[in-house]
Design a protein around this ligand. Structure first.
Ligand SMILES: NC(=O)c1ccc[n+]([C@@H]2O[C@H](COP(=O)([O-])OP(=O)(O)OC[C@H]3O[C@@H](n4cnc5c(N)ncnc54)[C@H](OP(=O)(O)O)[C@@H]3O)[C@@H](O)[C@H]2O)c1
Length: 248
């Protein structure tokens, strides 16, 4: 990997654990000037001293604006923004709870919209900037129990694809991250087998390589993501038969 993140100002939302933490470590290795926003405004011990810590609940427009103002004042530019914050709630026994859907949409989708509102003006002022958003490979194919999580990630995926078109006139690239299963505190809660599970370290490397290559869609592990893409291309009755076999 080359050193092309050297001196870039990168802001990651959600880097206290899992994928975001590993992306943060890679960004530092590659020489970035890193800002991390989290709900408590703290960073994990191993990153302390190397990064600027900001306090931002992804659901608070006020927090977003304050962070953007701080970054603008301190650096005067923003090269790359990465929206990684997220959570997952599965639907059990087809018990549809509107509150769970709201929680999923708020953190996985509306938080990203709030972030875009304050980061795009900064990215527009910087040459060759990038907006990177976390979706999921679940956005391509409806899976059982994923009514809430999958809907929020599909919304994020569509938003990012559409944004990519509109930002092309401004010289801002948009990258959409679509991982398969990654071992993190979020997936440690899962009670089902996760095919082709990869480590958070590998996810961090794949994401940073994808950002460096300015890939429109960063997806991994390929054996899993191409399989999902293939199933999603099949006629609906075949998709149904395959995906129904995953129902417990
Ligand atoms: N792991 C997978 O298999 C997988 C697959 C596809 C996509 N993803 C996506 O990858 C992203 C990272 O997930 P992960 O697996 O690495 O899980 P994780 O370790 O639980 O990380 C989730 C991150 O989101 C932050 N967060 C949650 N709610 C927030 C809020 N309201 N405001 C600000 N930050 C908030 C958390 O910060 P706190 O420490 O404050 O909670 C944490 O840094 C998520 O968007 C997830 O949907 C994961």
């Amino acid at each position: 990997m080359n050193k092309s993140l050297h001196n870039k100002v990168i802001w990651i939302c959600g880097a206290k654990s899992g994928i975001g933490l590993e992306v943060a470590k890679q960004c530092l290795v590659l020489g970035a000037r890193l800002c991390i926003s989290s709900r408590d405004g703290q960073v994990v011990e191993e990153l302390q001293g190397s990064v600027k810590a900001l306090k931002c609940d992804a659901n608070s427009q006020e927090d977003w604006q304050q962070c953007a103002d701080q970054i603008s004042q301190e650096y005067g530019q923003l090269d790359i923004f990465i929206y990684n914050a997220g959570d997952c709630i599965y639907v059990d026994d087809v018990d549809i709870k509107p509150g769970d859907f709201k929680t999923m949409m708020n953190i996985n989708f509306h938080g990203m919209i709030k972030a875009a509102q304050v980061t795009l003006p900064l990215l527009k002022k910087t040459d060759n900037s990038q907006f990177v958003g976390m979706a999921s490979s679940v956005a391509w194919l409806a899976l059982p129990r994923a009514e809430a999580y999958g809907s929020s990630k599909a919304a994020a995926y569509y938003f990012l694809k559409s944004l990519r078109l509109d930002l092309s006139n401004y010289g801002i690239d948009v990258s959409i991250i679509c991982p398969g299963f990654v071992k993190t505190p979020m997936t440690d809660k899962n009670d089902f087998p996760m095919p082709f599970l990869v480590s958070a370290e590998r996810a961090g490397r794949e994401i940073c390589q994808g950002i460096l290559k300015r890939k429109p869609v960063i997806h991994f592990p390929k054996r899993f993501t191409y399989l999902l893409k293939f199933i999603a291309c099949l006629p609906h009755f075949l998709q149904f038969r395959i995906c129904r076999s995953f129902v417990k």
